[in-house]
Design a protein around this ligand. Structure first.
Ligand code: GLN
Length: 384
């Protein structure tokens, strides 16, 4: 049984109660008019029929150039890149292409809520470990750590796939090079593949580098790399992303892709290919979002919430267990419902990213919003 995603549920609740929606992750500001002009032009130029199943060469080439420039690894545009209908489709297709019934797939919770259903659809067996919540002297969550001891226990010759996500939704944590090295050691004598969900790759703050799987020579040969234009260019509704993987993996991926979506819409691909060649658009993103993060953070610091570190993504997690309100005792889902209906700000319970909800007293806000939206939300949150 698959329920409705928490993002859909919270967005509907926000609309119903006219709450400011800091729940589901999407920008409330417009995308660049140039990008729209490029897509318009592609339509006027009659790029309106099916594109190649794997995506247009212009876009695949631009993606390869970007990955090479940023991460130093050269994928082959013809055999190792496929354009997908967003990151979520890329994830499902990658899982379906390599997981057979009974295969073990390791995920690290809190995990994006499409991972588990994707594994279920493939008949795989989910092996979930949890990030370690580090608590301060008041017993509030202050950060998360990768549970290496647990991972060491569960990764074995039976592991078919390990799904990782950096920058991480919902916690905003980012993997370091040393983390990828540890993972490389754990998988060394196994046949485990890796799915690296990097849809927030261009949102890493405080001068840090995004540690893409493509930077890691040992891991890249056994990995699917997932990315998304919706996140990078403020067009989540366009649903265009891509998957990069070694040719042997990509061959299997495409077998599923062709009967799943077949192709991804043509004019968007032309528009994105042209826009992607202008690197300033993604290179400026960390600054753009860091300003929003810092603005939102400084407002939240005046509330009773305890802020968790956000090193990447456009999410800010907060611990609400010490706010001066009886609602501080609610579970995360009920707290989010109350926050939406009574305070007028929607958030996402982090417990929704666990199969068996773990209650940490932490909720997630999305700060990919206009400054005015953040100001209005902060005004409502100030009384907490
Ligand atoms: N990735 C987005 C989030 O975490 C939402 C995607 C969706 O609504 N399925 O908020």
């Amino acid at each position: 049984m698959v329920g409705t995603t928490v993002f859909t549920v919270m967005s509907a609740l926000a609309v119903q109660h006219k709450a400011i929606n800091l729940g589901q992750g999407f920008p409330d500001f417009p995308c660049d008019r140039d990008l729209i002009a490029y897509v318009n032009q592609a339509m006027l130029d009659d790029h309106n029929q099916y594109p190649p199943m794997i995506g247009i060469p212009e876009l695949r080439n631009s993606i390869c150039d970007k990955i090479q420039r940023l991460y130093g690894y050269e994928y082959d545009a013809d055999s190792e890149i496929t354009i997908t209908a967003g990151g979520t489709q890329g994830i499902l297709t990658a899982v379906m292409s390599c997981v057979s019934p009974g295969d073990e797939v390791v995920i690290i919770e809190p995990a994006y809520d499409s991972y588990r259903p994707s594994i279920d659809l493939a008949g795989g067996k989910v092996i979930a470990v949890s990030l370690k919540a580090i608590r301060d002297e008041r017993n509030q969550v202050s950060s998360y750590e990768i549970p290496w001891d647990q991972l060491e226990k569960v990764i074995s010759s039976k592991t078919r796939l390990i799904m990782i996500n950096t920058p991480h939704n919902p916690t905003g944590m980012v993997w370091q090079r040393s983390d990828l090295d540890k993972l490389a050691t754990l998988v060394k004598n196994t046949n485990a593949l890796i799915l690296s969900d990097e849809v927030y790759e261009h949102m890493v703050y405080d001068g840090a580098l995004h540690e893409s799987i493509a930077r890691h020579p040992e891991l890249v040969n056994r990995s699917f790399l997932i990315s998304s234009f919706g996140k990078t260019y403020h067009v989540t509704g366009w649903k265009v992303g891509y998957v990069a993987a070694p040719a042997a993996l990509m061959k299997e991926f495409r077998k599923v892709h062709q009967f799943n979506v077949f192709t991804v819409n043509t004019p968007m691909q032309y528009g994105l290919a042209k826009y992607l060649d202008q690197s300033q658009h993604y290179l400026n993103l960390p600054n753009f979002y860091q300003t929003k993060r810092d603005f939102f953070k400084s407002g939240l610091e005046k509330t009773g919430f305890k802020l968790l570190p956000t090193s990447g993504t456009y999410f800010q997690c907060v611990d609400y267990t010490k706010i001066e309100s009886p609602q501080s005792k609610l579970n995360e889902a009920d707290f989010c419902t109350w926050l939406t209906t009574e305070i007028g700000v929607a958030a996402i319970p982090v417990s929704a990213f666990y199969y068996s909800p773990v209650e940490s007293g932490v909720v997630r806000f999305c700060f990919a919003k206009k400054e005015q939206t953040l100001t209005d939300a902060l005004q409502r949150l100030e009384r907490l």
